[in-house]
Design a protein around this ligand. Structure first.
Ligand code: NAG
Ligand code: NAG
Ligand code: NAG
Ligand code: NAG
Ligand code: NAG
Ligand code: NAG
Length: 460
């Protein structure tokens, strides 16, 4: 987590978490929160802004960096994120306890979310991460904390804070929880990331308050999260914590699932959009994706990690369809799933053998000669001035019709070059955010479906 210098923004990875309202919990609610909760109960749902890390609204914004710098770093982050997602080995606690690491990577997510925690509310800016399960932040007292700009959350100052006992369902469901043999003890947790970063602390419950785009606060009582008393590693001091939007039991999405019917959706605006226009994330009824042009595909649940897996069947270039080989490298442990849909990765990463077939088809169809990327990240680039035309590229997931990607999603500016926004990866296949832009993408965790609808996200 990084410290947020601005109180109150969280970055999400995928943003979803806000949903959690617990209708039945008799915790004290402020009147506005009660109103929010009641309208949610009547089935409305709500929408929250996702603040892109490079937007002037974000504490990560660097006014001296050029658009090219920002893009280049975003492309590079795709690779480091892929490496972190790939480091899937389970962790065994050397203290002899039975803790096991859940699959998480350190916070270089692309989106922040503004929320508050506790009573009275403590503002925080979190990194929204669809690749993480547990939401956590640095807490007082802190035996080892990384530097954070904002002050640390003090659980003893909140009237709604409680530690979760070892017997609690969430403690038992979480891979990263640690319980000694003493009866009645509280649940501890440890999460580690691919780069050796970690957070250790108390598994606790608190009231979370999200700010909807209508200005309405949305309060979610008893949200389980990690109150980290020993944290270390490559976290940014400008963010206060991580918001876990993954598929695991501790994910905010999962915790709010009943209250939002397991639904969230987001619509990511294109790269060249005026930075005053933000991407949005919707929960509950506001997240239903319907109407003409909707393409749905099964969401595959992995037994070993909290990622959202889909099954990519083929990609077409014009009329030519290239099918993903059944046993392609990069296929995950998820039964049937072969690609992670991730809003925190910019580029789309495809299994190497499949990618090579796709690239060779592109080279045949595109007139003009390709040039190599001086930065060595992209595999296929053309000079901007060469007047080449980009063929129609469509993606087909299992059970659905083909989705046509816009040209701005398939070829991106890289200095003087236009480069194909998909690259080979022999370990993990990831459907990145460029490929997702200008689709309203809905996740339905009850029906296990992901739905795509072509949408102008700047207006949605
Ligand atoms: C987060 O919300 C607070 C209060 O609602 C607001 O003052 C602050 O500017 C917001 N931060 C961002 C980054 O939007
Ligand atoms: C994807 O992430 C990059 C890198 O942070 C960001 O610049 C871009 O705006 C994101 N794309 C979309 C469609 O949100
Ligand atoms: C992914 O993990 C495997 C085995 O742990 C390793 O050999 C490989 O280099 C990793 N790939 C990336 C892209 O980090
Ligand atoms: C809360 O805990 C912090 C750190 O452990 C301590 O410094 C502070 O005095 C406590 N505040 C109250 C109101 O108990
Ligand atoms: C972005 O939008 C704002 C508000 O509408 C406007 O003032 C500004 O000029 C726009 N910036 C660009 C680069 O178009
Ligand atoms: C694609 O196929 C259709 C019908 O089979 C044909 O009319 C069209 O010319 C083909 N397009 C290309 C780019 O080959």
């Amino acid at each position: 987590m990084a410290g947020a210098n601005k109180p109150s923004s969280f970055s999400f990875v995928y943003g979803l978490l806000l949903f959690c309202f617990n209708i039945q919990l008799p915790l004290p609610l402020s009147s506005s929160a009660a109103a929010a909760a009641s309208s949610l109960h009547s089935g409305h749902g709500f929408t929250v802004e996702l603040i892109h890390r490079d937007s002037p609204l974000s504490p990560f914004y660097d006014p001296s960096s050029t658009k090219f710098d920002r893009l280049t770093s975003a492309f590079r982050r795709s690779m480091s994120r892929a490496a972190r997602l790939n480091s899937s080995s389970k962790w065994t606690d050397d203290d002899g306890l039975h803790g096991i690491q859940s699959q998480i990577f350190a916070a270089n997510g692309e989106y922040l979310m503004n929320l508050s925690i506790g009573t009275p509310p403590f503002q925080m800016l979190g990194i929204a991460d669809t690749g993480s399960d547990l939401t956590w932040l640095q807490c007082q007292p802190c035996s080892h904390c990384f530097p954070q700009v904002a002050r640390l959350f003090a659980p003893n100052t909140s009237s709604t804070y409680t530690n979760l006992p070892c017997q609690s369902q969430l403690c038992q469901a979480f891979d990263g929880s640690i319980c000694g043999s003493t009866a009645g003890s509280n649940c501890q947790y440890k999460v580690t990331y691919g780069d050796q970063s970690y957070s250790i602390g108390d598994l606790a419950a608190e009231t979370f308050t999200l700010i909807s785009t209508s200005g309405r606060p949305v309060q979610v009582p008893n949200m389980a999260f990690g109150c980290g008393h020993s944290n270390n590693g490559g976290f940014d001091k400008r963010a206060d914590g991580i918001i876990g939007l993954g598929r695991g039991p501790l994910s905010i999405i999962n915790q709010m699932s009943d209250l939002v019917d397991g639904k969230f959706s987001y619509c990511l605006v294109p790269l060249d959009t005026n930075s005053s226009v933000t991407s949005k994330i919707n929960f509950g009824e506001a997240a239903v994706v319907s109407g003409s042009g909707v393409v749905s595909t099964p969401l595959i649940k992995s037994t070993v990690d909290p990622f959202y897996y889909l099954t990519l069947e083929s990609i077409s270039v014009g009329n030519k369809t290239i099918t993903v080989p059944l046993r392609s490298s990069g296929i995950s442990k998820a039964g049937g799933g072969n690609i992670i849909i991730d809003s925190g990765t910019t580029l789309t990463l495809l299994p190497g053998d499949f990618y090579r077939d796709l690239e060779s088809e592109l080279k045949q169809v595109i007139h003009g000669s390709s040039v190599s990327d001086p930065q060595g990240l992209f595999s296929l680039c053309y000079s901007k001035g060469s007047g080449f035309s980009v063929p129609a590229i469509t993606v087909r997931f299992s059970g659905g019709d083909a989705l046509e990607l816009r040209q701005s999603s398939t070829f991106v500016e890289n200095g003087d070059l236009l480069c194909f926004a998909m690259i080979p990866s022999d370990e993990l296949a990831i459907f990145g955010n460029l490929s997702q832009m200008n689709f309203l993408i809905g996740y339905d965790l009850e029906k296990n479906l992901v739905s795509f609808k072509p949408t102008d996200c700047t207006e949605h």
